[in-house]
Design a protein around this ligand. Structure first.
Ligand code: ATP
Ligand code: MG
Length: 722
């Protein structure tokens, strides 16, 4: 007879339930935003555990952020009624990769205490290699090459695998050589970059089938959220782990939405969705169509917008929710970003007065530079806010310096850390000394700290430099000796004191110095929740969700990219202007597909909202200190009038001239283009007076030229959020 339905199944609709209960064999859930894909994955795990099909340690679950993994663990606990004892294999592709590598580092030529380099370190390292090759690093920028390498790694390509054309394109045909040298350097440093966290395990699984077999036996169930944004390397990794001999079920289930694929620029392949059925024969494809998140207006607006993309897999989305009180999506205009921030601040305060929680509100920006204005405003208003998804704190100079000391203590081969602090604070060890150390280390293939230890015994260096170097080496020896015996926070304090680093900032008379000292204190405080310095360093290397006080009621600020999978009662979407959103760079580099990815990003933004969605655009934006006039985003024209209100406003719109300039850019074939001739809109246009135009003219004083936005959200690379 049928088993009585477990409580955790009762809230699901029929399709969701099918997706949860189809435990054996490959499953692909392909469905639009807010249809319960993540909920299905979570319930699936609960179901697997509750029906005793596997232990928590036998489930491999890949989420988009580590925060999402934590939340999923909690949810599973609630569903099965009680805390789940450990779910060690739940996290991002990268964090799971780190874990695999720590266990098997020696199989790929590393030691298990390897360091994970961030983008900054990588660029510095590559620059050295380029110079060592005698190449002009202005002509062949290290940053460009680091991006090339990253692209190759996303495709799963090692130095031997890259196409000849690619290899020829960089550094007078030395692309492959440089890539090879780079990998060799990483090995010497006992380090790896982000891409290696995926590539090394892939290589290892291929070279050591028995190791792979162990994991086949171990991982009985594999689950992947946000599947549309996996890149080729992640897909290879997944396939290796999920494949089974003929006849054995491949218990892999992936959930995703092609309309939310927003990481193409980072190598994500939405085609992985299409390949799934081919690579996992017999896969069951389940569609979910009911949206449980948003109002009909929000869904209507988002659905209408995304319909402008071509080549979609096509999905239906509906909601049962039709509340006449639901507000339409609101579009507001502001003069400039300062006014935008002020107005959003006012709206938030109004909502707060009506007892709405700040936690339930989120500001989703296209580019991270947009955040500052809101942060400034909220500080002025005394509104709590948190910046989600960026390791901002750990990116500060003083924090990076301090971390370099800690890294070198834990990992003496970490030359990049060594170079960062060898003359910080100033010890009279200038470029000449560093170069001497460098050459000595290179010639013997030893770490620089070891080279320093050697060199102080010789007279190759001037007496003064030798004395300084002696002091440095002695300090590090001492701290390394304390590593196992002294509590790590205490040791950290000792290091910052004895190195003279804290004193350096105390002596600094600049305005930022006190803030930097506070940050250093905060750094020590943030180590308290870790068991060891190594554990802390690993955390920081992996840090994605800036450590924020989760308990505080605060407005969330984040990029659209990091908002994936999340939901909020109220969502503010500022900066809907041509050039910013869609982003100029996406248009320049990606053409039509770049535009479509921007549109998917807009779709992601809209569909984060449960009840209220407020879009903003400004007519003037200050970029790199220059005023630029801006045009409302074409995405505004793609919103359906039936679901959108253009807010009445006193504002006038200098520099805004859709009738002329605008028309030419719009695809006249598009049925919805310029649907924005609502009364409010017309008034906005009518309000544009010569006076404001003059005003704008004097404010700008520069030619009206659209330039790319230098600093954008997705550029900021964190290990979180594949
Ligand atoms: P996204 O594509 O944005 O990641 P999703 O498909 O993963 O969305 P979920 O986040 O799992 O959707 O679910 C959206 C919201 O709907 C959540 O608040 C979830 O709790 C709720 N929900 C999902 N299924 C049901 C259901 N059967 N009954 C009630 N609420 C549901
Ligand atoms: Mg989801």
């Amino acid at each position: 007879g049928a088993r009585p339905a477990a409580a955790y199944l009762s809230g699901l609709n029929a399709e969701q339930r099918e997706a949860v209960e189809t435990i054996e064999g490959p499953v692909l859930v392909l469905a639009g935003a807010g249809t319960g894909k993540t909920r299905v994955l979570t319930t699936r795990i609960a179901h697997i555990l509750a029906s005793n099909r596997a232990f928590p340690s036998q489930i491999l679950a890949v989420t988009f952020t580590n925060k999402a993994a934590r939340e999923m663990k909690e949810r599973v606990g609630v569903l099965v009624g009680g805390a789940v004892e450990g779910m060690p294999w739940m996290g991002t592709f990268h964090s799971i990769g780190v874990k695999l590598l720590r266990r098997h580092a020696e199989l790929v030529g590393l030691r298990s205490d390897f360091t994970i380099l961030d983008t900054d370190d990588v660029v510095r390292l590559i620059k050295q290699l380029i110079q060592a090759e005698g190449l002009d690093d202005k002509r062949w920028p290290a940053k460009t090459f680091s991006q090339l390498i990253d692209g190759w790694k996303n495709k799963g390509l090692g130095p031997a695998d890259i196409p000849e054309g690619d290899a020829r394109a960089f550094a007078n045909g030395k692309g492959r050589e440089l890539y090879t040298a780079y990998q060799a350097r990483l090995k010497t440093l006992n380090a790896c970059d982000f891409g290696d966290l995926l590539l090394h395990p892939i290589r290892m699984f291929r070279a050591y089938p028995d190791v792979l077999k162990e994991y086949h036996a171990k991982f009985r169930y594999i689950l992947v959220d946000e599947y549309q944004d996996t890149n080729t390397a992640q897909y290879m990794w997944l396939r290796l782990l999920a494949q089974r001999p003929k006849g054995e079920p491949q218990n892999v289930s992936c959930v995703g939405d092609d309309d939310q694929s927003i990481y193409g620029w980072r190598g994500a392949e939405v085609d992985n969705i299409l390949r799934f059925e081919k690579d996992f024969p017999g896969a069951k494809v389940i569609k979910l169509e009911r949206n449980y998140r948003s109002t009909a207006h929000i869904l209507g607006a988002a659905g209408h917008l995304i319909a402008h993309n071509e080549g979609r897999l096509g999905k239906t989305l509906f909601t049962d929710r039709h509340d006449p009180d639901d507000e339409k999506v609101q579009v507001h205009a502001a003069w400039d970003s300062e006014e935008e921030a002020r107005a959003v601040g006012e709206e938030i305060e109004q909502l707060q007065r009506k007892q709405h929680k700040l936690n339930d509100m989120s500001i989703l920006v296209r580019a991270s530079f947009q955040m500052r204005e809101f942060e400034d405003r909220f500080v002025t208003l005394g509104l709590n806010y948190r910046v989600v998804g960026g390791p901002r704190f750990y990116e500060r100079m003083e924090i990076r310096d301090a971390m370099a000391f800690f890294r070198l203590v834990c990992q003496p081969a970490d030359d990049l850390a060594f170079e960062r602090i060898i003359n910080t604070p100033k010890r009279g060890l200038g470029d000449t000394s560093v170069r001497a150390l460098h050459d000595y280390a290179r010639a013997r293939d030893i770490p620089m700290l070891a080279a320093a230890t050697d060199l102080i015994e010789t007279d190759e260096m001037k007496a003064k430099a030798r004395k300084s170097l002696f002091d440095v080496v002695t300090m590090f020896k001492r701290w390394q000796g304390l590593l196992e015996t002294t509590p790590h926070t205490e040791l950290a304090e000792t290091i910052l004191e004895e190195s003279g680093y804290t004193d350096m900032w105390k002596a600094d008379k600049s305005a930022e110095a006190p803030g930097r000292l506070e940050n250093l204190k905060e750094l020590i405080r943030s180590m308290e929740s870790f068991e060891s310095m190594r554990g802390f360093l690993e955390h920081v290397a992996l840090v994605m969700d800036a450590e924020q006080n989760e308990n505080l009621d605060a407005v969330n600020i984040m990029t659209l990219h990091s908002a994936k999978g999340l939901e909020f009662e109220t969502v503010f979407l500022p900066g809907w202007e041509e050039g910013l959103f869609p982003h100029q760079r996406a248009l320049d580099e990606g053409g039509r597909s770049g535009l479509e990815e921007e549109r998917r990003l807009a779709y992601v933004g809209l569909t984060r909202a449960k009840r209220r969605c407020h879009i903003w655009f400004v007519s003037n934006r200050r970029i790199h200190g220059l005023w630029q006039s801006t045009l409302p985003s074409r995405f505004l024209d793609e919103l359906p009038v039936t679901h959108v209100d253009v807010a009445e406003t006193e504002q006038s719109y200098g520099g805004y001239n859709r009738g002329g300039y605008g028309q030419s850019r719009f695809d006249k074939q598009e049925p919805f283009a310029n649907s924005y001739s609502t009364p409010g809109w017309k008034r906005a246009q009518a309000n544009r007076t010569d006076a404001t135009r003059d005003n704008w003219g004097t404010r700008s004083g520069v030619s009206i030229e659209r330039i790319g936005y230098g600093e954008s959200g997705p550029k900021a690379r964190t290990i979180d959020g594949e």
